[in-house]
Design a protein around this ligand. Structure first.
Ligand code: PLP
Length: 427
C-alpha cells in the first residue's frame, strides 16, 4: 500500500470523463469498477434520483414494500427467463451470499440433508465477503483467510491461451467437463454449482468457450445439482447480451445481478430464483423455512427508481445492439496490440477486453515485478488521460457501455501508448 502516497480526488464526472479536484480529465476505462452504463452525470438518471428523493428516500422491505422496487422486480423477472422472484440487496457480494444461502437451504427445506457441498471453478470471483470468498477463491486475494473459509470443490476452466501440454483446446475442454462429471457421479453430496456467467472477470478475463457453460448446466440437471450463475459483472450488456445465460443457453436456478443494474449510480444488487427454489421457502410460520437474510438498505427506493430509468434507457436506445456494433472497434486493434512485445494475449467480448502482459511471448511468462503493475499503469495512464486499474498483469478495459466508437478509438489508441510507455518500467 505504501506505493500510494495520495489519490486524485474526483470531484465531477461528465460522460466517460472523470474530473479531479485540480481540473484534470481522465477517461474512465474501468467504468467506475465495471458498473457504469451511460457515462457520468446523465441527466435522465440524475432526474430519476431527484424525483424519487422528493417522495421517499428509504423505506425498509421488512414488512413493507415500495412502488419503485415492485416495478424493478417486474422488470427483472420480465427479462430473466426461468426466474420467478427477486431478493434485493445492496452490493454484489451480498447478492452472492444470498444465492449461496438460498441454494444450501433449498435442500434443507425439501428435507434433503446430504447435499451440503458447493462446486465451483478455479479462479472464479464472487466478492469479498466470507461466503463469496469461499466460492470465489482467488488465492492471490484471499490466501490469508483460507482457514476461515468453507471448503468447495473446484474444477478448472479452459483458458485458450494456456492449454496444458498434450492437449488441443477441444480435448482440454472435454477433459475439464469429464472431471466435473466424474465427481458429480461419484457422490450425491453437491448442493449447487456456482460460476460467473459467460466469462471470469477478476480471474483474468477468461472467456468460456462456446457451449462450456451449457454443458455444465446440463451436467447439473443430470445429477440433480442446482445451477447458480453470477451475472454481476458480465450481464446487462457487458459481454454484448442483456442476459448472458440466455446467450449461453443455460438457464440457472438462481442468478445474481449487480453493478450495471442502476447504471452505476447507486448501490443495489439482486438475487433471482426460479419457482422451485421460491416455493421451498414458503411454508407456514412454524415450518421455519424462510430465508433469514436482509440488509438495512434492501430495496432502497432511490436505487430502484434509477434502476428503472436505466431499464427504460436500455430499451429506448437499443443499447445492446449499439454495444454489439461499437464493440467491433476492439477488433480493429487486435493486430496493433499483439505486435507489442509485452502483449501475450488479448481476450475480448462485448464491451470487455483483457490484455495479458508477458515478459516472454514464446514462453507466455506473465510479467511479474516487485513493483505494482497497477500503480505503474495508473500513473502512466494518467499522463495519457486514462484511468486504468489493472489486475496483476492483466490490463482491463471495461468502459461505460454506451461509449461511442470515437471515444473507444481514443481509449484504445491511448492504451497502446500507455503499454508502450510502461514497458521499460515493468520488465
Ligand atoms: C463477478 C462478480 N461477482 C461479484 C462481485 C462483487 O460485487 P460487489 O463489489 O458489488 O460486492 C464482483 C465485483 O467485482 C464480480 O466481479
Amino acid at each position: 500500500m505504501k506505493e500510494w502516497d495520495s489519490f486524485p480526488s474526483i470531484s465531477k464526472g461528465k460522460g466517460i470523463w472523470l474530473i479531479d479536484s485540480k481540473g484534470n480529465k481522465i477517461m474512465d476505462a474501468v467504468g467506475s469498477m465495471w458498473c457504469n452504463v451511460w457515462g457520468h452525470s446523465n441527466p435522465q438518471l440524475v432526474k430519476a434520483i431527484t424525483n424519487q428523493s422528493k417522495k421517499i428516500q428509504h423505506s425498509s422491505l421488512f414488512n413493507l414494500t415500495n412502488e419503485p422496487v415492485e416495478k424493478l422486480a417486474n422488470n427483472l423477472i420480465k427479462i430473466s427467463p426461468g426466474m420467478y422472484k427477486v431478493f434485493f440487496s445492496d452490493n454484489g457480494s451480498s447478492a452472492m451470499e444470498i444465492a449461496i444461502k438460498m441454494a444450501l437451504q433449498y435442500w434443507k427445506n425439501i428435507g434433503e440433508s446430504k447435499k451440503t457441498q458447493i462446486a465451483t471453478v478455479e479462479n472464479g470471483y464472487h466478492g469479498d465477503t466470507f461466503g463469496a470468498m469461499s466460492v470465489g477463491y482467488v488465492p492471490e486475494f484471499f490466501e490469508k483467510f483460507k482457514k476461515q473459509l468453507f471448503s468447495t470443490i473446484q474444477f478448472p476452466v479452459p483458458n485458450k491461451y494456456r492449454v496444458p501440454k498434450g492437449f488441443n483446446f477441444l480435448d482440454y475442454q472435454n477433459n475439464c467437463l469429464d472431471k466435473i462429471e466424474k465427481r458429480f457421479s461419484k457422490q450425491d453430496d453437491i448442493a449447487a454449482f456456482i460460476m460467473e456467467s459467460g466469462a471470469q472477470m477478476a480471474g483474468g478475463v477468461i472467456i468460456y468457450p462456446k457451449g462450456f457453460q451449457k454443458k455444465i448446466k446440463d451436467l447439473c440437471k443430470k445429477y440433480g445439482i442446482l445451477f447458480v450463475l453470477d451475472e454481476i459483472a458480465t450481464g446487462f450488456g457487458r459481454l454484448g447480451s442483456m442476459i448472458q445465460y440466455q446467450e449461453q443457453k443455460s438457464i440457472p436456478d438462481i442468478v445474481a445481478y449487480g453493478k450495471m443494474l442502476t447504471g452505476g449510480y447507486l448501490t443495489m444488487a439482486a438475487t433471482l430464483a426460479n419457482k422451485k427454489i421460491y416455493d421451498s421457502f414458503s411454508g407456514e410460520f412454524n415450518d421455519w423455512k424462510h430465508l433469514f437474510h436482509g440488509h438495512t438498505y434492501t430495496g432502497n427506493p432511490l436505487a430502484a427508481a434509477v434502476a428503472n430509468e436505466n431499464f427504460n434507457m436500455y430499451q429506448k436506445n437499443n443499447l445492446i445492439k449499439k454495444i454489439q456494433n461499437t464493440s467491433k472497434v476492439f477488433t480493429d486493434y487486435y493486430q496493433r496490440l499483439l505486435e507489442i512485445d509485452i502483449v501475450g494475449d488479448i481476450r475480448h467480448k462485448g464491451m470487455l477486453m483483457g490484455i495479458e502482459l508477458v515478459s516472454d511471448k514464446n514462453k507466455k511468462t506473465p510479467i511479474h515485478t516487485k513493483k505494482s503493475i497497477n500503480k505503474v499503469f495508473f500513473e502512466e495512464g494518467k499522463k495519457h488521460g486514462i484511468y486504468f486499474r489493472t489486475l496483476g498483469n492483466i490490463v482491463m478495459l471495461v468502459p461505460p457501455l454506451a461509449i461511442t466508437e470515437k471515444e473507444l478509438n481514443l481509449l484504445l489508441d491511448r492504451t497502446i501508448k500507455t503499454i508502450e510507455a510502461v514497458k521499460t518500467q515493468i520488465i
